[in-house]
Design a protein around this ligand. Structure first.
Ligand SMILES: Nc1ncnc2c1ncn2[C@@H]1O[C@H](COP(=O)(O)OP(=O)(O)OP(=O)(O)O)[C@@H](O)[C@H]1O
Ligand SMILES: [Mg+2]
Length: 325
């Protein structure tokens, strides 16, 4: 549905998108994830024909964004970072106007507007559709922005930080709505909050400093989490120093951090990724007659992974900048 090949965007001396390529298949909900300034919005602007790329190509629904931009626009619904709305218009009036701009036949406009109002929680309270856009709260303006995007029922939706400015209940509702929309539409959304996209999306593209740092299903990415594994063990029956020394001597152990309170010593044991130290530690405790109160393995979270790769990308980017300076 979406194909991006070697896309690059320079803003004067700033390289915002650096040679990225990816594909989005029909029906996927893709989360574009990255820290501030990563290039998420820039990529979205190129995909939605808002702005041309410096080099590379992109196509949406089979149409090239540069040579066939009218067809791309017909197939895409784009909700930008800050939703542009006419503050003096009333909600229904604005949506009717946009429906006309979208070439929806006059007789179908009312039903199209009612459909999106219902979907985006604008039909209640009763008078919501009659209010002036400029008088709406931020969250409601966000809903109007989303309603507009859905008017012409486009197969592809590009949503730039759709949950920004929403209250927690609305964030959850938005998440559910996006998941629903995923049944009929192909969706790309951006965010820098990993926990939010992890639940909504079936594919994640993590970008940092204009490059793709990692991509895959959330579960797949989690499996690729590199870095040492850790186990937590709470033991009693020997001095803290003895416990630490004995555990440290086990093969595969890299470091042991102890803390002792009410007679129990809590050890955080870092080890090689491949080794599950729980077996060794419990066997050791049994052999030495130590009491074991807790024993669990901590696997790196996707959040750790995200922080780690964006950090690495930033370091590399800084190196490149200093080299070119
Ligand atoms: N119109 C512009 N002119 C010059 N530089 C720009 C312009 N728009 C964006 N940039 C720069 O391009 C880089 C990428 O910006 P972009 O808005 O794509 O990031 P983003 O991933 O959407 O970040 P955020 O999470 O803050 O929205 C940044 O370094 C930004 O300063
Ligand atoms: Mg942005």
């Amino acid at each position: 549905m979406i194909e991006v090949e070697n896309l690059t965007k320079w803003y004067g001396p700033v390289c915002a998108v650096d040679n990225i390529s990816f594909r989005v298949e029909k029906g996927m909900i893709v989360g574009f994830l990255g820290p501030n300034g990563a290039g998420k919005s820039t990529t979205m602007k190129i995909l939605t024909c808002y702005m041309p790329a410096t080099s590379g190509r992109a196509s949406v629904a089979g149409y090239d964004v540069l040579s066939d931009s009218m067809n791309v626009r017909r197939n895409i619904g784009y909700m930008p970072e800050s939703v542009p709305l006419y503050p003096e218009m009333r909600v229904r009036e604005l949506l009717m106007f946009r429906a006309a701009l979208r070439d929806i036949p006059r007789r179908q406009r009312r039903s199209a507007v009612d459909r999106v109002a219902e979907r985006c929680w604008l039909s209640r309270p009763e008078d919501m559709m009659r209010r002036r856009v400029g008088e709406l709260s931020r969250g409601y303006r966000q809903r109007v922005g989303l309603a507009e995007v859905l008017l012409h029922n486009p197969p592809v939706l590009v949503l730039d930080e759709p949950t920004i400015g929403l209250d927690p209940a609305q964030i959850r509702a938005m998440r559910e709505l996006i998941r629903d929309l995923g049944a009929e539409h192909t969706v790309i959304l951006s965010s820098h909050i990993l926990a939010q996209v992890e639940q909504t999306c079936n594919h994640l593209i993590i970008i940092a400093s204009g490059r793709i740092a990692a991509a895959g299903a959330p579960a797949e990415l989690r499996q690729r989490v590199v870095g040492p594994s850790r186990i937590i063990a709470e033991l009693r029956g020997a001095e803290e120093a003895t416990l630490v020394e004995t555990i440290r001597a086990l093969p595969g152990v890299r470091d042991v951090q102890p803390s002792t309170s009410d007679g129990w010593t809590r050890l955080a044991v870092g080890g090689d990724q491949q080794v599950d130290l729980r077996t060794e530690v419990s066997a050791l405790a049994a052999a030495r007659g130590w009491q074991l109160r807790e024993l669990r393995r901590e696997v790196g979270s996707l959040e750790d992974f995200f922080v780690q790769i964006t950090y690495e990308q930033n370091v590399r980017w800084m190196e490149r900048m200093t080299k070119s300076a």
